[in-house]
Design a protein around this ligand. Structure first.
Ligand code: NAI
Length: 249
């Protein structure tokens, strides 16, 4: 359960899983800060939130000053930060490890790991003050497995699981829980873009899923809300896999 009037920050909330989670937090009664580097997309998500308050903030989560300012803005406006869904991330190019440029490797690590670290850090500061709060980080099945052309992405998502465990260990005695979700392939703009179109996306990825279909943003949002809310009050440092059986193969 999410407390009414709780304040949730969702990064990468202008699209895909982040947008679905921002809307789900609002439906559960939370006020939502919609953070995205794409301001129009963030505004669109905020506009879809009608039941509670929402603000859209243009933030590049890899830029420290912008992250600090955004968390200050949320605290200034609502006085509390109860939940962070640390979701912004990219897949990056698909060169194999022996051809991957260091620039591309660093670009993915910078967003998926350092960006998540910065947002997690700012959330922890506010939550330690309040002695309460929850963080859900965005990992992936690539935090457990791998695939072709994914050295950067695989390394980054393994790192997110480590980031989650380390923070959870320190945060537990302070009343703050930190968990992660690790989805398989979800039908989002990121995957449509990778495959070319929706049909190509389904044809390419579905055979790897014993359940016979890809995941939906709403299904990840539900898991995020469970990990963020009081229903999971004894769960911390955990990475919840949502993969339709992918890792069973
Ligand atoms: P998406 O591409 O639909 O949305 C990502 C959002 O993040 C976009 O709105 C984008 O503007 C924003 N963003 C990009 N760079 C940013 C930055 N520097 N600062 C702030 N915002 C930024 O992606 P999708 O598919 O919803 O993925 C979201 C997260 O879920 C990512 O971390 C991804 O790695 C992870 N994931 C996605 C899976 C999938 O199959 N779609 C599976 C497993 C994990």
């Amino acid at each position: 359960m999410i407390e009414k009037e709780a304040v949730a920050i969702v990064t990468g909330a202008g699209s895909g899983i982040g947008r679905a989670a921002a809307i789900a937090f609002a439906r559960a009664g939370a006020r939502v800060a919609v953070i995205d580097i794409d301001h129009d997309a963030a505004l669109e998500t905020a506009a879809r939130i009608r039941d509670t308050e929402a603000i859209a903030l243009r933030v590049d989560v890899t830029v420290e000053e912008q992250v600090v300012e955004a968390f200050d803005t949320v605290l200034g406006r609502w006085g509390r930060i109860d939940h962070l869904f640390n979701n912004a991330g990219i897949r990056g190019g698909t060169d194999e490890a022996h051809r991957m440029s260091s620039v591309e490797f660093r670009r993915v690590m910078d967003l998926n790991v350092a960006g998540a670290f910065l947002c997690q850090r700012e959330a922890l500061k506010a939550m330690y003050e309040a002695q309460r709060g929850t963080i859900v980080n965005m990992a992936s099945i690539m935090g457990f497995s791998t695939g072709p052309g994914a050295a950067h992405y695989t390394a980054s998502k393994h790192a997110v699981i480590g980031l989650t465990k380390a923070a959870a260990f320190e945060a537990a005695p302070r009343g703050v829980r930190v968990n992660a979700v690790a989805p398989g392939t979800i039908e989002t703009p990121m995957n449509v873009a990778l495959a070319g179109n929706e049909k190509a996306m389904r044809d390419r990825y579905t055979p790897a899923y014993p359940i016979g279909r890809l995941g939906r943003p709403r299904e990840v949002a539900e898991a995020v809300l469970w990990l963020a809310g009081s229903a999971s009050s004894f769960v911390t440092g955990h990475t919840l896999v949502l993969d339709g059986g992918y890792l069973l193969r």
